[in-house]
Design a protein around this ligand. Structure first.
Ligand code: HEC
Ligand code: HEC
Length: 295
């Protein structure tokens, strides 16, 4: 009997030793991925200083970046938060105390963060939206940066870090790829000509990041954050939207109430930011959504 217990003890002991060793390997791997320094060729983004470009940048920032970085772009605490794993704030994008504008020393640093997913030191950032904004044209990205540099400064310190368990999970591949590991790192990006066209509507759907919640095929499904049970509706013509007129779509995005009389939850469907798009932009978005295969 005693012998059996001894053997069980040895087996269990070596198993937990193995698990510990494995966790250590994943921890080292996770740390290596988080601390890797990246260098990319210089982008062809030019940051303008004229009023029209700054106004364009403000418009893009209000309709897109504000979805995560807050209406004042001063950052949002606990944007990603998982007990025991880590917490990441959406950074303060202004030039105020704690803002990236008070740390960055060149325009290229903004481009590297937004298009390539790295911070001023070349280390990965945890901003999934990089995979969206890598498709923003040189001109639009330049305009956004121009605006961030002159936007009303907000004093708010934001930070982010993974705890040991988060690093182990990262090393084990449980979070998939970091944005910098997945981005295409193109250095020149162009956009279709602005207008009420399906093509420009698709570009706006990319900027508005509709697919991250409504799905790559826009057919809806579960909310990306599993703790949210609110279903994400189908926005191809097979959904309610198939029966809406352009005016009804624009009104729904501006007022947050669908033609069926359903109020949209602003915490989960960012219509307040999307509703700031111009009539022409919303019309293009509508055209694009109506052009999708009904599914
Ligand atoms: C889906 C949410 C989301 C959207 C949309 C978004 N961001 Fe972010 N962004 C984040 C998060 C989260 C971080 C913090 C990442 C970290 O600390 O690792 C961040 C960090 C940043 C940083 C700081 C990088 C650094 O040096 O630490 C910049 C600059 C930035 N975002 C710019 C933008 C701009 C400009 C837009 C709009 C074009 C935008 N972001 C849209 C979530 C978002
Ligand atoms: C952060 C997640 C998220 C993003 C980003 C997002 N949506 Fe939504 N959307 C939702 C959710 C959740 C609902 C359902 C809201 C409710 O029931 O209160 C919704 C509802 C809608 C509806 C109403 C559909 C219906 O049948 O009632 C439309 C239209 C819509 N979204 C369009 C868009 C467009 C266009 C974009 C991009 C420009 C977009 N959404 C971006 C999550 C999102």
């Amino acid at each position: 009997m005693n012998k059996i217990f001894k053997w069980i003890g040895i087996v269990l002991g070596s198993l937990s030793g193995l698990l510990l060793a494995l966790a250590l390997v994943f921890l080292i791997l996770g740390n290596m991925r988080l601390n890797k320094t990246y260098v990319f060729p210089t982008d062809s983004v030019i940051v303008p200083t004229d009023d029209a470009s700054i106004a364009r940048g403000k418009h893009i920032a209000e309709t897109t970046c504000a979805q995560c970085h807050g209406a004042d772009l001063g950052g949002v605490g606990g944007w990603f938060k998982m007990e025991g794993v880590g917490e990441v704030d959406a950074s303060n994008l202004t030039t105020g105390l704690g803002g990236v504008g008070s740390v960055y020393t060149s325009d290229a640093e903004y481009v590297r963060a937004i298009r390539h997913g790295i911070d001023a030191e070349g280390k990965p950032i945890f901003m999934p939206a990089v995979l969206v904004y890598q498709r923003v044209s040189d001109e639009d990205l330049g305009a956004v940066i121009a605006y961030l540099k002159v936007a009303p400064p907000v004093d708010r310190v934001t930070e982010g870090s993974f705890e040991m368990m988060g690093k182990i999970m990262l090393g084990a591949g449980l979070f998939g790829k970091l944005p910098v590991e997945e981005a295409s790192h193109a250095t020149t990006v162009s956009a279709p000509e602005a207008g009420v066209t399906v093509e420009y509507g698709e570009y706006l759907a990319v900027l508005g990041d509709c697919a991250s919640c409504h799905g790559a095929d826009y057919a809806g499904g579960a909310y990306p954050d599993p703790s949210v049970t609110l279903p994400v509706p189908n926005i191809t013509p097979a959904g309610n939207i198939g029966a809406w007129t352009e005016e009804e779509f624009i009104a729904a995005m501006r007022e947050g109430i669908t033609p069926e009389g359903k109020p949209l939850a602003p915490a989960f469907m960012p219509f307040e930011a999307i509703g700031k798009m111009t009539d022409d932009e919303l019309a293009a978005l509508y055209l694009f959504l109506q052009s999708l295969p009904a599914q």
